[in-house]
Design a protein around this ligand. Structure first.
Ligand SMILES: [Fe+2]
Length: 328
């Protein structure tokens, strides 16, 4: 009986190994062939196309390479943001990055100094600034079609994420009021990554945990939310408070997702982002916010261009900016 069981287990392992070998051998040969061809023929276009269309590579790039800005929760604590526990490794790592951030390009958000630019100062005082009529009529016309979404309208719920052309991110800095704002921060990579997000729901919206209060990061980190058509449905909510106070919250609070604001923040005022078309909200994302309230249960649609700087200005740039500021 015992022998029979061992033989059966052996056969299963052999069968699985054969299956795994054949399945992966095919992939390895295919990928190896394509990579080899790309290198030998110096066909960079084909290599780029392969990287762009391969789901596994894209997943790995998004997870580990695109955004190198320090995160509070890393693999040491399993990435769990539902409880306040912080591993000692994360705690030590975070304290070091806070020191670096205090010296770095956005270090002004920690102290009592004043920014020359009134919008930057408003972010420092309240955590965000609302800029209406963000794009002039020429830019609005130029990018009108880029901000269009092809909604198939054949489902109860539809959401899409579209990366926009790098030129749009550059124009949104060089040809707008952001030129002065970002200029004063002296960020070495001033152009943000831009992503067009569209959500439409015929009944009540679908929530995916983003309706909880949270901070994206625990050190200063800019984010822009541009509403080409305005917003009258599922508005973002943000806490109104000086960045200096928000950044001094315990790290265990900053790492956690909360259904209701934690006791130390429950007395603070909040802002609900119902905005006019062509409005930008430029904010400090290391402050508590949520994508919408859970009470929003009616049909609607919402379109946003997310502007992320932490995908370009990464932890190496942050470190470099801290070293530079210390030397000057
Ligand atoms: Fe967020």
């Amino acid at each position: 009986m015992k022998l029979k069981t061992i033989e059966c287990a052996r056969r299963s392992v052999r069968k699985y190994c054969n299956f795994f070998y054949h399945k992966n051998c095919e992939n390895i040969m295919r990928y190896g062939g394509i990579i080899n061809e790309c290198i030998l023929m110096k066909n960079m276009g084909k290599a780029k196309q392969f990287i762009k269309t391969n789901e596994l590579i894209q997943e790995l790039l998004h997870r580990y390479a695109y955004d190198h800005y320090p995160r509070l929760v890393c693999m040491s604590s399993g990435g769990d943001r539902r409880n306040r526990e912080l591993s000692s490794l994360d705690l030590i790592k975070s304290k070091i990055w806070v020191k670096v951030a205090q010296k770095g390009a956005l270090g002004g958000f920690y102290d009592d100094s004043r920014y020359k630019n009134k919008h930057l100062q408003e972010i420092k005082d309240s955590g965000f600034v609302i800029i209406e009529n963000f794009l002039d009529s020429k830019l609005s016309r130029k990018y009108c079609s880029a901000f269009q979404v092809n909604d198939p309208l054949d489902s109860e719920y539809y959401e899409s994420w579209t990366p926009l052309n790098k030129k749009i991110g550059a124009d949104m800095i060089d040809k707008t009021i952001l030129r002065e704002i970002i200029g004063e921060l002296n960020i070495s990579r001033p152009y943000p990554r831009t992503l067009l997000n569209y959500v439409r729901a015929n009944t009540s919206p679908l929530y995916k945990g983003v309706s909880d209060w949270h901070c994206d990061r625990y050190i200063p980190c800019l984010k822009g939310l541009y509403f080409p058509d305005g917003c009258d449905w599922m508005p973002f909510e943000r806490l109104i408070m000086p960045t200096k106070d928000a950044l001094s919250l315990p790290l265990s609070v900053m790492k956690t997702f909360f259904e209701d604001l934690p006791s130390q923040l429950s007395a603070e005022s909040t802002y609900t982002a119902y905005v006019k078309p062509n409005t930008l909200i430029l904010c400090m994302n290391a402050m508590f916010h949520r994508r919408s309230s859970k009470d929003e249960a009616r049909p609607g649609k919402r379109k946003i261009v997310f502007m992320d700087w932490n995908h370009q200005f990464n932890r190496y740039d942050l470190l470099l900016s801290a070293v530079k500021r210390c030397l000057i």
